[in-house]
Design a protein around this ligand. Structure first.
Ligand code: ADP
Ligand code: MG
Length: 370
């Protein structure tokens, strides 16, 4: 079932519209270091303003513990928003009230009070059943904003009708974060290219010596089962550092000697991954191939990013650190889609739906037959 869109709302002119955004921007010393999350909401905000609506935005910022905390004051966001979208007001940090994360109906009531319509444009928060995400659609005619609708369109396209070969590239820190996603992708894709710290639990499950590399023992059996799919490609070589003398770095086969830890995929593996990506109809990527923050372990991630930027296939990437790596290389404009959702993208790819999207589809407007 389709999401209700802005066009499906009744005439917004002269009406009060509450817009849930994800303005959880990075801050340093009270200054916004990257305002792209605010810019990403502008198409929705200006659509509403141009049609004469009175627009109130709301967001969470950081992780305050259900009470006001000056470290997470939204003032810097409010100031930037007033420059980019004059006339749009911004409520206080939603997480200053414990009712937000607890999905307290009384908090939802306070939030929607004085508003006629609700718009969710916070794709990156829509995997959480928090009050501001799942509450208002039960009270007000509601719609998906432009950013949220675009994310869902691209990501559902991957799940429903991907151009093949469909390739997933997965890396990053932990198997435990992403095991559900890997299992679900193995069912859908033709090939999974695995790097990052998570690949060592897979290598260990196939009895490869992994030295001092990061292993998650609890997932060994599950990883071994997934390898039986025959779709998972593990790196054939690795960049390793000595545990005692971390300044000592070298390339080895995927057999890590005692006293060494692997911190990137090796050049042969990176070239193999790049070739598979070049021949893909669709590629989705989450998770750096190595500790890319250190230039000695950044080559695997850079090779994958360059291959994705160059592939004629549809290229989609997401995840906070993955996007940071792509931006560092200046390659973002060459991707077909960069998701604004880290956890939300992973959860959508795994389950094909999110609590915030379900709420919109069940909104009072949708059930009135609009
Ligand atoms: P994303 O935010 O894109 O979803 P993750 O948070 O899962 O990605 O993982 C990113 C982190 O994984 C990076 O900080 C990177 O240093 C780390 N990482 C990648 N490969 C390794 C490795 N071999 N050993 C240790 N850490 C790694
Ligand atoms: Mg991360």
């Amino acid at each position: 079932m389709k999401l209700p869109l802005l066009e499906d709302l009744p005439d917004v002119s002269g009406r009060h519209v509450l817009v849930r955004c994800d303005f959880n921007v990075p801050l340093k010393g009270g200054e916004i270091t990257d305002d792209s999350r605010i810019r990403a909401a502008l198409p929705t905000l200006s659509w509403l303003v141009q049609r004469g609506a009175t627009v109130t935005a709301c967001t969470h910022l950081g992780r305050p513990k259900g009470a006001p905390d000056p470290r997470y004051d939204v003032s810097p966001v409010r100031e930037r928003l007033s420059q980019l979208a004059p006339g749009v007001t911004l409520l206080e940090n939603l997480r200053f009230d414990a009712g937000e994360e607890a999905n307290d109906p009384a908090f939802t009531d306070r939030l929607v009070s004085g508003h006629d319509f609700y718009v969710n444009d916070a794709f990156a928060s829509s995997h959480r059943a928090h009050a501001s995400i799942v509450g208002p659609p039960g009270r007000l005619p509601s719609a998906a904003g432009r950013l949220l609708a675009r994310e869902v369109e691209v990501l559902s396209g991957l799940l429903e009708a991907p151009r093949r070969p469909f390739v997933a590239v997965l890396g990053g820190a932990k198997v435990s974060d992403k095991i559900g996603l890997i299992a679900s992708l193995v069912e859908r894709v033709d090939t999974v290219l695995l790097g990052g710290a998570m690949c060592f639990t897979f290598l260990a499950s196939g009895k490869h010596p992994t030295g001092d590399s990061i292993i998650e023992e609890t997932w060994l059996d599950r990883c071994r089962d997934l390898l039986h799919s025959g779709k998972i490609v593990l790196p054939a070589d690795l960049v390793v550092a000595s545990s005692d003398r971390p300044e000592q770095v070298r390339t080895t086969a995927n057999v890590v000697p005692e006293g060494w830890r692997a911190l990137d995929i090796g050049p042969t593996s990176a070239a193999v991954f790049a070739k598979v990506i070049a021949q893909a109809g669709t590629v989705v990527w989450n998770g750096p191939m190595g500790v890319f923050e250190d230039p000695r372990f950044a080559a695997g991630t850079a090779t994958v990013a360059q291959a994705m930027a160059a592939t004629p296939g549809l290229s989609v990437a997401g995840g906070g650190d993955t996007i940071a790596a792509i931006n560092k290389l200046g390659l973002a404009p060459h991707f077909d889609h960069i998701s604004t959702g880290g956890g939300a993208m992973l959860e959508f790819m795994e389950h094909g739906d999110l609590p915030g999207l379900r709420a919109l589809r069940q909104s009072v407007m949708a059930s009135a037959g609009k």
